[in-house]
Design a protein around this ligand. Structure first.
Ligand code: TIU
Length: 219
């Protein structure tokens, strides 16, 4: 059983490769490319686009180490039957036509994961209607079936879907390590605050570290 120890905040994070999953949250064109949901919400998507190479490096290292990989996508059915009216009211772009197809709708080009991070056969894709990756999905069942105890989390956005997912995972007893430069928010102060909220108070929600520290122990 291969054990790894990573320098992290607030203190070292140790994990067994066989009991750990790399969870890549919502690295979709809708959040990382022009004309998607992120821009429709009034954001500059350059910070979310900029982390693609870092997440790619982590993904390839995790695959090489034999780690279980899970990808998520936020989105809805084409008839929006699974989109709470309150969400649609506050984000009216959902379901509307954009340059990459209907925004945040499953099956549309913009909803899919960016080319660089295309999932391989055997890497589950969790389609989720909410911010959290556990909410109304089979993620917990999939992790339980693989005896996963720890999650290494990358993706976007740090303070929204990544944070909600880590909070959900923490309540379910998973040990979570968030990769600081493998996540991004549209606004850097949101990103920084979200990192601090994870590792403060003795690691109230988990640990945070950099991709460089993670790669030291994975490769
Ligand atoms: N994936 C995710 O974070 N969904 C969002 O809506 N994020 C925003 O920052 N808006």
């Amino acid at each position: 059983m291969r054990k790894c120890v990573v320098h992290a905040r607030p203190f070292v994070f140790d994990f067994e490769i066989a009991k750990t999953a790399l969870l890549i949250v919502d690295m979709q064109r809708d959040f990382c490319a022009q004309g998607g949901f992120g821009e429709a919400l009034g954001n500059d998507i350059s910070p979310t686009k900029a982390i693609i190479p870092t997440v790619e490096t982590i993904l390839y290292a995790a695959r090489a180490a034999g780690m279980f990989i899970v990808h998520t996508r936020e989105g809805h059915r084409s008839d929006l039957a699974d989109c709470p009216p309150a969400k649609k009211r506050r984000s009216p772009a959902i379901g509307e036509k954009g340059p990459m197809g209907r925004i945040l709708i499953r099956g549309e080009y913009g909803h899919d994961i960016v080319d660089e991070l295309t999932p391989l056969e055997g890497e589950p894709i969790i389609d989720k209607p909410g911010k959290g990756s556990f909410y109304k999905t089979d993620l917990e069942l999939i992790l339980q079936n693989r005896d996963i105890e720890s999650l290494i989390v990358c993706g976007v956005t740090t303070h929204v879907c990544v944070h909600t997912t880590i909070r959900e995972a923490n309540d379910r007893g998973y040990e979570c390590l968030m990769i600081e430069d493998g996540t991004a928010a549209f606004d850097f102060s949101d990103h920084e605050a979200a990192i601090r909220m994870i590792n403060q108070q003795g690691g109230i929600f988990g640990w945070t570290t950099t991709s460089a520290e993670l790669l030291k122990v994975l490769v």
